[in-house]
Design a protein around this ligand. Sequence first.
Ligand code: SF4
Ligand code: SF4
Ligand code: FES
Length: 228
Amino acid sequence: MFRYEVPEGAQLIRVWINGKEWQVPEGLTMVQAMWHTGHEVIHGIGCLGGVCGACAAVYRMPGDFHLYNALACQTLVKADMAFSLIASFPSQRANYNIETLPDPKEGLFELYPESATCRNCNACTEVCPQGIDVRDSVWRAVFGDFKTVTEETMSCVMCGLCVSRCIAEMAPHEIALYARRAYGARELPFPENLKVRLEAVHAGSYDADLDRLGGLDPNLLKKECETK
Ligand code: SF4
Ligand code: SF4
Ligand code: FES
């Protein structure tokens, strides 16, 4: 289990986890509070750094009708908070080769026809823990402005919370991913430094190193990684 420090002198506060009451030290994140209370959290946890988007959670505070959303590894528990991690929301991800699509702007409507049915409710934007204007990104994608979609959604962690709220049943994060790929592959010039590195890979410049690392005992490999 991941180790964490309980803040010195921390007071106990009451929280509800999955509907059950617990006392936990203040200053813990939601994930740490779950560990502290003996919950085995394996699925739905990844980086613990606010990057992977695996730990989407919902919570309520007493006397407040709002249902709030959070990344559980990044959000501290508060007294009387009631929260649960949520299962991932299934979303339809299209199969495509972005480099061979005849026209990526048209391709969006073939691969994600639902993208044109946005009802402008803004629920996706309100739920996004990264503060992305998700509604705007969907509209920009529909109008083929993939550059702006890329800029707007670069901090998306693919948590899927926007999917959970969309009344048009679309997956805005998949549409944004499509737009970013289309922009990167079809509108931007190929990065020169990447070209140089790929040529070196294909010329076998790293084969000897790879062979050596591949043959190392796991402990030696770990040591090697730690010293580099
Ligand atoms: S756009 Fe959607 S998937 Fe991306 S961070 Fe926001 S809510 Fe999560
Ligand atoms: S939640 Fe769905 S319908 Fe509402 S604004 Fe976002 S993409 Fe459009
Ligand atoms: S575990 Fe990766 S964002 Fe929380």
